[in-house]
Ligand binder design. Structure first.
Ligand code: SAH
Length: 524
């Protein structure tokens, strides 16, 4: 079953720029498409969910740069659909609002190709909302008009009736309005619109770095020029533009205007990055490491095959917990072949592998709440979870558990400290340390490094990221940034790298790190 039909073209709106404003349907179609033809102004990461084997083809137009002509885009869509592929045509905002979606639909229909339209949040509504400007208001505007400020230069005559627009009883929202703003504002005033009427210009609405300026219809052009507002920008003319004074909210978010670098491996970064964006931060992802699972090793196979023999199982990271369950799930297929004794009571069928029941006899310890959550997602409520997120705290929390003569499994990263196994061995346990993953270096790309240069904050969630990133960046480490560390071990690595920690989290998990950063941002 698929959410897409073969041979159909989906004309899909990607919204105005904030990835959070993409519709559920758009993401579903992108994830299923064989081929995506996309424009320039689509949100960052919009295509991240596309299939690895999907063809992603850029057909955008950029001022002053040769581009794929409109007729050819239509032909390509028709060709791809006729070849029986499921085709997504992804456009900024809404495909039917100044998006040429109508023309493309007509060309498809003429060629006998089926299409569907998925609306998107249009910039006129979204950028205004992010600027604190309601396009309608009971007291100010009972109507709103979307107007093009820059018509197709090939059109012989203007379609804009300035007299009618001047008399329009409501808000005027101009798309593509920056280039001809001076002429358009003058034409409106000449046709009788009040020069004192409030007006606003919104640049890169809903993107990180959105800027808004307000003026009057008479002064908006000079204001836009002075403030260097450039495309893409929207011009709003109407009394509602003055409502921004009372309704601006974007700029009030706690991390507005701050650039925060996230250094976690990409697979782990998304939660932290999304939370920071939600607080208003401009997030730069600068991963210096990547998680590489090691589930094929003999030690992992052996540990899984004998999983029921362990009295205590310790997980020291969410990755470790998730990968242990991956290894268990894979074991059903070849667990016995790995050479271990198949544990009594465990499933021996080939379908599905092992699951949480394989851990039924053991005490399960998690190093912190994040790891406990990962375990919970697999149906295991951890027996032991220390308050503080360091190995020493887990050792302390385990002091009540009698480990003498017991078999302990620690599933963790290949490169980790030996505090936990050493302490347990000292207390008489037989400890098997198994590496279920390793963190490997990844060179951060130059674009991200450049974007990080003006960062206000760099966040570190582990000592290995500190070492890898500082070595990878050398003297390109953002000099002015305040460093936020998740805890003492990470802080020590920062100091070792010759840098200074500005804030250390009190709780050594991601929420603690966020709280520390927020507290610092309100005072600095
Ligand atoms: N189909 C799109 C509009 C495409 S026309 C939609 O529905 O939003 C391109 C124009 O849209 C730009 O010149 C600009 O005026 C406006 N625009 C698009 N994205 C914008 C954004 N994020 N902020 C402000 N204006 C934007």
């Amino acid at each position: 079953m698929s959410v897409t039909r073969r041979g159909v073209v989906y004309l899909v709106g990607a919204g105005p720029g904030d990835p959070g404003l993409m519709t559920r349907r758009s993401l579903e179609l992108i994830a299923a498409a064989d081929v995506v033809y996309y424009d320039r102004l689509i949100p960052p990461g919009a295509l991240d969910g596309a299939r690895a084997d999907a063809e992603l083809i850029y057909v955008g137009k950029q001022p002053g740069v040769p581009s794929v002509p409109q007729a050819e885009i239509g032909e390509r869509l028709i060709e791809a659909a006729r070849a029986g592929r499921s085709v997504v045509r992804l456009k900024g905002g809404d495909p039917f609002v100044f998006g040429r979606g109508g023309e493309e639909g007509e060309a498809l229909r003429a060629a006998g190709v089926e299409f569907e339209v998925v609306p998107g949040v249009t910039a006129g509504v979204a950028a205004s909302a992010y600027a604190g400007i309601p396009v309608t208001h009971r007291d100010d505007a009972s109507a709103v008009a979307f107007v093009t400020g820059h018509e197709d230069p090939e059109k012989a005559e203007t379609a804009l009736d300035w007299d009618a627009l001047a008399a329009f009883p409501g808000t005027l929202v101009f798309y593509m309005g920056v280039k001809r703003l001076g002429e358009n504002a003058a034409a409106l005033i000449a046709a009788g619109r009040d020069a004192e009427e409030p007006a606003a210009a919104i640049e890169r609405g809903t993107w990180a770095g959105q800027r808004t300026v307000t003026a009057t219809l008479g002064t908006i052009a000079s204001t836009v020029e002075r403030e260097d507002i450039g495309a893409p920008a929207l011009i709003v003319v109407g009394a509602v533009a003055a409502r921004r004074e009372a309704l601006a909210w974007l700029e009030r978010r706690p991390l507005h205007g701050r650039t925060v670098v996230v250094t976690r491996a990409r697979a782990q970064a998304s939660g932290l990055a999304a939370t920071l964006r939600g607080l208003g931060a401009n997030v730069v992802e600068l991963p210096a490491i990547r998680i590489e699972p090691l589930l094929e090793s003999d030690e992992v196979r052996r540990a899984v095959a004998t999983i029921a023999d362990y009295d205590l199982i310790c997980l020291t990271s969410p990755n470790g917990a998730n990968l242990l369950f991956d290894a268990l799930a894979a074991a059903g297929q070849d667990g016995r072949a790995a050479g271990g004794t198949t544990a009594p009571g465990t499933k021996t069928g080939t379908a599905g592998g092992l699951d949480a029941r394989a851990l039924a006899g053991a005490t399960v310890a998690a190093i912190g709440p994040g790891t406990a959550r990962a375990l919970a997602a697999h149906g295991i409520a951890a027996d032991v979870v220390p308050e503080r997120f360091v190995a020493e705290a887990l050792v302390e929390a385990l002091s009540d558990v009698d480990v003498k003569g017991k078999r302990v499994l620690i599933a963790r990263a290949a490169e980790a400290r030996d505090v936990l196994p050493d302490a347990l061995r000292e207390r008489g346990a037989t400890v098997n340390v198994v590496a279920v993953y390793e963190t490997v270096r990844e060179a951060p790309d130059d674009e991200a490094i450049a974007a990080a240069q003006d960062a206000d904050y760099v966040t570190f969630t582990s000592s290995s990221t500190v070492r890898n990133l500082t070595e990878a960046l050398g003297d390109r480490f953002p000099a002015g940034a305040r460093i936020v560390s998740i805890g003492p071990i990470t802080s020590a690595a920062v100091a070792e790298a010759g840098l200074e920690v500005a804030v250390e989290a009190e709780r050594h998990d991601v929420d603690g790190l966020l709280a520390a950063l927020l507290a610092d941002a309100t005072t600095n």
